[in-house]
Design a protein around this ligand. Sequence first.
Ligand SMILES: [Ca+2]
Length: 393
Amino acid sequence: MYTFNTRKVSPQNAGSALLIALLAGCASQPPAGDKANNRVRTPTQQTAPNQSRHATPDLRPFASVGSYHATAVSGDYAGYPALNQFIEQMVQKHGFNREYLQGLFSQAKRKQWTLDYLAKSDQGMKGKPSKGGWTRYRAQFLDDRHINAGISFWQQHHATLQRAHQQYGVPAEYILGIMAVETTFGSFVGNHRIIDALTTLGFDYQRRGEYFRSELENFLVMSRSEGLDPGKPVGSFAGAMGLGQFMPSSFLQWAVDFNGDGRRDLWNPEDVIGSVANYFAQHGWQAGKPIVSATRGSFSGIDSLEPGADHAYPLDTLVKAGVEPADSCACDYPLRLLLLRHQSKDEYLLGHPNFYAITRYNQSTHYAMAVHELALAIKRGYQRVAGSRDIAG
Ligand SMILES: [Ca+2]
């Protein structure tokens, strides 16, 4: 999944936080889609009638979907030697038809807005988090709209969420926290064509071009194995798709068919529930273990420690620096020091391995904390509603 996504991106609320993930290059997910797109697309419905369905994408030579054909690339991407080289690689490595790909890329669009946005964000992302940064970030997600959507989604999919919890050990509320932050349960899945997004970033964004060319390769492999027309799917400007905003590489590695129809569908709620749970499980989620702990102590040596997901400290190192968990902690594993800059104060928390697992979806501390807090808020709301229903019944 990717990783670019720390907040929703649109021309109206684009911010550098999102880009941190993008630029940080995590396996995770790029930013969520534009708010302008307010419905869930289901490109899988475009599948050719005779297309075989397989749960596991691989390199089987399925027929590519879509009537693309050209003897050379024309349009926005005419005359790009790197693209011609990429096409040749797809032919040699994956057995794609050259004319098919040339036709497909002849109608790919160069997204200047994306390039301008990233150039601006690359400038703006330098420096440490500012005072009040967490307060502002949190306010985008911890609101009634996200929480109530989560409660409704839980009510609608409680059996599937329970099954995912049993199978992967990931509680429903954390699966919901991801879907809340990424797309508000499919309300905003993005309206950028993936082929345009990944072609633009792969061939016109030097900073991360190699990464995006790899995602473009994965996207084409995914489209063929899933019977999708690669010109159809839409998502974030960075190429993330569906309710959980999976990048193509994450789809290939971690998506699962959780409704048993033989296909992995990033736009199907049940498949997304299973895929997010599987993603967490494969990235070290430990069933029943804590996520974050409040801290206490003198904080006398706090400046010697680096906050964030990248640095882990044994408990005795933290204690020597004057930081310890406020609750009792059988912490026989390294902990992350988390700094949250509120408007009125700075707060330090300790992140357990399950917090780190959330940052594998997006490595921003703010992102993972928003998922955590939304998870707790949605759970409280769901229990309240379920409780009042039990009383009424
Ligand atoms: Ca499925």
